[in-house]
Write a protein that binds this ligand. Structure first.
Ligand SMILES: [Ca+2]
Length: 222
């Protein structure tokens, strides 16, 4: 995060970003700019490409509108802390909006070894803007030996609306129990070992989360 004090530029319509090393390649997902003040204004500039000698060291980015047809989704996948929980199989996700609109099936894959035991893997996916994600279908193809995967949970955030949702699985995805499953949002994530990293939550979902936490004592003494 960087903070700059500059003259008020008004609403940003374009940003140019890049680096000066022709020897380096940088894959830039997106830039978020917040104009601070009494009514903060946030704008997201998706990039999703390499900035390198071949494709150009700089990029000119335009903002993504909150009501745009297309959105970026941050998908955070938590693999359980259980023996052999990790997998090297090919994992894909399909997301659905509240009105049932389906996004295409998308691979969750990065350059590193994803979905290892007790790890959190983050992906940014682009697709039709369904606003709040109300259902996900997640699973793998069973490739490689020991492909069984113990999925703890998935957090999906629509970066254009900042609406964030948790989907708790807490089960094996393997040939015995089924390699895919469909999940709907888990509203009461009050169990300590399932508590999300609060720093990654948006303000809107953090206040929702606080309400959930505040409700806990009454249910515990019931
Ligand atoms: Ca892996």
């Amino acid at each position: 995060m960087f903070i700059f004090k500059k003259v008020d530029l008004g609403k940003l319509t374009k940003i140019q970003i890049g680096h000066d090393s022709s020897l380096d390649a940088w894959h830039l997902a997106r830039v978020e700019v917040t104009k601070m003040g009494p009514a903060p204004e946030r704008a997201a500039f998706p990039c999703d490409r390499w900035l390198d000698k071949k494709t150009g060291l700089t990029a000119l980015l335009t903002p993504e509108a909150a009501d745009s047809e297309v959105a970026s989704y941050k998908v955070v996948v938590f693999t359980s802390d259980i023996r052999s929980a990790g997998t090297d199989a090919n994992v894909t996700i399909r997301m659905f909006g509240e009105d049932g609109t389906a996004l295409e099936e998308m691979p969750l894959d990065s350059s590193k070894n994803d979905f290892e035991r007790n790890r959190m893997d983050e992906f940014t996916l682009r697709g039709k803007n369904v606003k709040r994600v109300a259902k996900i279908d997640i699973g793998h193809d069973g490739k490689w030996l020991g492909s069984g995967w113990h999925l703890n949970k998935v957090q999906v955030t629509n970066l254009s609306t900042t609406d964030s949702t948790f989907f708790v699985a807490n089960r094996w995805l393997d040939s015995k129990n089924g390699k895919r499953l469909t999940l709907t949002p888990t509203p009461n994530l009050a169990t300590p070992n399932l508590s999300p990293n609060l720093a990654t939550l948006t303000q809107a979902s953090a206040s929702r989360w606080k309400r959930v936490l505040l409700k806990t004592p009454s249910t515990a003494t019931r």
